[in-house]
Design a binder for this molecule. Structure first.
Ligand SMILES: Cc1cc2nc3c(=O)[nH]c(=O)nc-3n(C[C@H](O)[C@H](O)[C@H](O)COP(=O)(O)OP(=O)(O)OC[C@H]3O[C@@H](n4cnc5c(N)ncnc54)[C@H](O)[C@@H]3O)c2cc1C
Length: 478
């Protein structure tokens, strides 16, 4: 009797192979020597789109219009099986895989040129469990929807405020926002993940604590596709308070003096509060938000911020959801080059270089901003270092350099101003950077994003994706 099974389609064959995959060693799926150039076959689990398909451009779109990469194939997965089918097809066709959840990667690491983009935007369902108070969520869910969904239960996960950002990409790189000093990073609330690895095999971190560790800050497109995330949730505060001050017509020297004052004041910021210092050209905006009524410490800070401000917003006390929705940002794709401007312990880390950075920002031909955010609080609770691949807990502040523009032709100017300022920061010894604010021009990115944890992530890459199927310009190398 022949062993051939002529009536099986290629896809069915590949799927059947998956059943075996869980119990056999990694070398069972070597990349074939020759790429299989046959067109992918869509199923109920995954829809494959080629460049001439009507829906291709819609799914290719990511938030940053500066990135123009065109994948050869886009796989729109409807479920976990669809993710497995897409990975197996990519292996057969020898296509590198980039994964897109919310599509907000600064550098477009969720797409690629000529490879396969695995689009998870249709896998976006949240399920809240009233007994455990846990949230089970698919990776394509966006932050705005998550806050809205959890509101009916009076719960939240501590995340960023921009509504269009994907919960997966944010969490896998760490994730911080208004509530991080109170409840920790987004990844600190992560309890469990499910993942399809670079060989198409399914894993659950319930039986692999190392996988959960890695997904807390070291999991962005590195060794597997996260298909489900489970979080503990926290009570929503009744009110969300915000305070804003503007200082205008600044010079590099006066902006630097205001930075020194701000860093000093933020040292006594209550853990329920968040602060940011945002220099946009010659105008500085200082924002403070709080989930608690103003404490004596906060009142002192606010009074000192008021001194010298040209504009003081009347303090706002909004109900929780509308309060954070004021910061939800736009959803339409835009041109920008934003990067991590490094982590700082205090003003001293920036003292020598900030005046020249301010000068550069004020002279820039494209809109250029330096935003410094408060970290610390619950992020840096004793014992947290060991729990996650995220390595930068000890720093009290994180900088983000942002440039925005309207026409593609301005891209070079934006990249140059970022390059110049990054050079200044690097020369002054600022070398730790946030993985979720990547910059393709950071040379020692392995250490900058992951610190001492990089070798541990490399071991997982060798285990889960030895053929480097899942990759982007700054993915972990095995
Ligand atoms: C407007 C805007 C506001 C932001 N605000 C904040 C903020 O407040 N706080 C903060 O911490 N960050 C913030 N960020 C940064 C944000 O955290 C990162 O851009 C994040 O990686 C975006 O996730 P995503 O799923 O939307 O993006 P995607 O582009 O889909 O993915 C981003 C990265 O994660 C990987 N990835 C995505 N999904 C998966 C998956 N399922 N499995 C494995 N890897 C995956 C991709 O490979 C890629 O490297 C902001 C970014 C933007 C553009």
């Amino acid at each position: 009797m022949s062993n051939e099974i002529p009536d099986l389609t290629r896809r069915q064959f590949l799927l059947d192979s998956l059943v075996l995959a869980a119990s056999i060693p990694a070398f069972y799926f070597p990349l074939s020597a020759e790429a299989d150039s046959s067109a992918p076959v869509s199923s109920g689990n995954v829809r494959f789109l080629l460049r001439n398909d009507a829906a291709y451009l819609k799914h290719r779109q990511i938030f940053n219009k500066r990135i123009t990469a065109m994948p050869k194939v886009i796989a729109v997965a409807a479920n976990e099986k669809g993710v497995q089918e897409a990975i197996l097809y990519a292996r057969q066709a020898k296509l590198p895989v980039a994964v897109k959840s919310g599509g907000h990667s600064f550098e477009g690491f969720s797409t690629n040129d000529g490879g396969l983009m695995l689009d998870l935007s249709s896998m976006n369902k949240p399920v809240y469990n009233r007994t455990s108070k846990h949230l089970l969520i698919q990776p394509g869910a966006k932050l705005g929807g998550v806050y809205e969904y959890l509101k009916q239960y009076g719960r939240l996960i501590p995340a960023g405020s921009c509504a269009g950002v994907g919960v997966a990409g944010l969490t896998l790189g760490g994730g911080y926002g208004f509530f991080a000093r109170q409840f920790g990073l987004t990844c600190d609330s992560l309890q469990r993940v499910r993942m399809v690895d670079g060989q198409g095999k399914l894993h659950d971190s319930a039986s692999d604590p190392e996988l959960l560790w890695a997904c807390k800050g070291g999991g962005n497109g590195n060794f597997g596709i996260i298909t489900e995330l489970e979080f503990i949730t926290h009570p929503t505060p009744q009110y969300f308070r915000s305070y804003r001050y503007k200082y205008k017509n600044l010079t590099p020297s006066s902006a630097t003096k205001l930075a020194e004052k701000w860093f000093g004041l933020m040292a006594t910021l209550p853990n329920t509060a968040y602060g940011s210092w945002i220099l946009n050209g010659k105008t500085l905006t200082v924002l403070v938000t709080d989930t608690a009524p103003p404490s004596a410490a906060l009142k002192t800070i606010l009074a000192k911020l008021k001194t010298g401000a040209n504009e003081v917003m009347t303090p706002r006390k909004d109900a929780f959801l509308p309060g954070i929705q004021r910061f939800k940002g736009g959803v339409e794709p835009m041109y920008f080059k934003n990067v991590s401007a490094g982590y700082y312990n205090s003003f001293n880390d920036l003292k020598s270089t900030l005046p020249v950075i301010c000068e550069k920002i004020m002279a820039s031909r494209v809109t250029t901003l330096l935003q410094i955010n408060t970290m610390g609080g619950a992020i840096n609770k004793p014992g947290m270092e060991k729990t996650a691949a995220y390595p930068h807990r000890k720093f009290g502040f994180l900088g983000e350099l942002q440039t925005y523009y309207d026409r593609e032709a301005q891209g070079k100017a934006a990249e140059q101003v970022v390059r110049d300022i990054q050079g200044m920061l690097s020369k002054s010894g600022i070398t730790a950077h946030y993985r979720n604010y990547p910059d393709v021009e950071i040379t020692d990115w392995e250490h900058a994003y992951y610190g001492e944890n990089y070798p541990r992530l490399q071991a997982l890459k060798r285990k889960f994706d030895p053929d480097n199927v899942i990759r982007h310009p700054q993915s972990v190398k095995g």
